[in-house]
Ligand binder design. Structure first.
Ligand SMILES: Cc1cc2nc3c(=O)[nH]c(=O)nc-3n(C[C@H](O)[C@H](O)[C@H](O)COP(=O)(O)OP(=O)(O)OC[C@H]3O[C@@H](n4cnc5c(N)ncnc54)[C@H](O)[C@@H]3O)c2cc1C
Length: 380
């Protein structure tokens, strides 16, 4: 495959880098300490069209490719990974599932507001007792005439505190295991929805993570996305987009951490010379750069397969596995190069080290990615 980025990709990447350098990076530590997703920056991103990146133009989106969008996610996450993941979840999971599985009425009802950023999406699949084992989820939707009644609890919901639209996976037929899972698009102001307090997290503290409870929530039948019983398959397909998104989030963190390490190694003098003169430091930088480039190739391969409408299940998981391991490796080595100062909040590598950690956990843990990849290998 040819991974050359086209003009559109580079232009949007540059715009995102300018935005990240001016608006995100300088305040990222403040957002982290306060644990906030700043509303004024949400508004600015809405004006740039970032909430409708891959949504079709006829619904008010920019209609751009996943490849172009991923360059943007990498740049935004280099500035502030917590802010960047908010946009990745909204576009890659929530808009994407409506774009792929919604009927005309559903697309017309939800996509224009979502693309404008006036209704932000949240993706609700994880439950307190159902994480990696998605098929064991127990939130139920019981058919009652012209509507369904939803009951259950979703946990770790990114964007939970300000989302307007929830994509909710439920059991409509509990007897059938994963074949009994269906997916609904739910308006957050529906009666019976309670949104919990923000989780106090280790990293990506500028992203909002909450528990959401559904108690006898009446959801009209027309809010069923796709066919009943097909929710598991839909979730698996959509997770490819999410996993490519997390890959580029991880690459943004890794690139930013390496840049800081290079800068610091040229400034810090020990034994009468900058520490970048020591081969031990040079080799760390060489290893970091090689892994980041390899991750980018895996990430763009997955994105371009997805854009071409080709299967990309294995490739998305390989990309997520490698890029997120790379982010953790690079951030850890960047702290090492900073010595004791790398452990102090004044230096951004401390934040990158914390932000990188979650990338190996959400949208499927590293173990879950290995399950996908090995299953695919063994079926050949
Ligand atoms: C900050 C944050 C944001 C999140 N945002 C969202 C969101 O927006 N929407 C959403 O639905 N979810 C979200 N999640 C949830 C996330 O996707 C889950 O945490 C993740 O899928 C893992 O589930 P779990 O935490 O229940 O871990 P578990 O599934 O309990 O796993 C625990 C450990 O066991 C391992 N394990 C489990 N099964 C196996 C197996 N068969 N073989 C080998 N190892 C195994 C796992 O890899 C892990 O190491 C978020 C999580 C976090 C931390």
């Amino acid at each position: 495959m040819d991974f050359k980025l086209i003009e559109d990709d580079l232009e949007f990447k540059k715009m995102a880098r300018d935005f990240a350098e001016k608006r995100l990076y300088p305040q990222a530590l403040e957002f982290d300490e306060q644990g906030i997703t700043p509303p004024e920056l949400i508004q600015e991103c809405a004006e740039l069209g970032y909430f409708g990146f891959t949504a079709p133009e006829e619904y008010g989106g920019l209609g751009l490719s996943t490849t172009t969008f991923m360059g943007v996610i990498e740049e935004l996450c280099a500035g502030c990974a917590g802010f960047g993941i908010m946009l990745s979840v909204h576009n890659s999971l929530c808009c994407e599932i409506i774009k792929l599985y919604g009927n005309d009425e559903q697309k017309q009802k939800y996509l224009p507001d979502m693309a404008a950023g006036t209704k932000i999406g949240a993706y609700c699949i994880t439950e307190p007792n159902a994480g990696t084992d998605v098929a064991s989820l127990s939130t139920s939707a019981v058919e009652k005439g012209d509507h369904y009644l939803l009951n259950g609890t979703k946990t770790f919901v990114t964007n939970g505190g300000f989302a307007g639209v929830l994509i909710v996976f439920v059991k409509t037929d509990p007897e059938k295991g994963h074949r009994g899972i269906s997916c609904f698009v739910v308006d957050v102001d529906s009666e019976g929805i309670t949104v919990g307090q923000p989780e106090k997290k280790c990293g990506i503290r500028a992203s909002d993570t909450r528990e959401i409870n559904f108690s006898d929530v009446k959801v009209p039948k027309e809010n069923l996305l796709g066919e009943p019983g097909k929710g598991f398959r839909m979730a698996v397909t959509i997770l490819n987009s999410g996993r490519i998104g997390v890959s580029f989030q991880a690459l943004g963190i890794a690139q930013a951490a390496m840049n800081e390490a290079i800068k610091y190694s040229k400034e810090r003098v020990q034994f009468g010379q900058p520490i970048c003169n020591f081969q031990a430091i040079q080799f760390k930088l060489a290893e970091m750069a090689t892994r980041i480039d390899a991750g980018r190739l895996l990430g763009y391969r997955a994105a371009q397969l997805k854009d071409a409408g080709e299967p990309c299940h294995r490739e998305a998981s390989m990309s997520k596995l490698f890029c997120t391991q790379t982010a953790n490796y690079v951030a850890n080595e960047a702290v090492q190069i900073h010595g004791g100062y790398g452990y102090i909040k004044e230096y951004p590598v401390e934040r990158y080290f914390r932000d990188a950690r979650v990338t190996e956990l959400y949208e499927g843990t590293s173990e879950a990615q290995k399950m996908v990849i090995s299953k695919d290998l063994l079926k050949e």
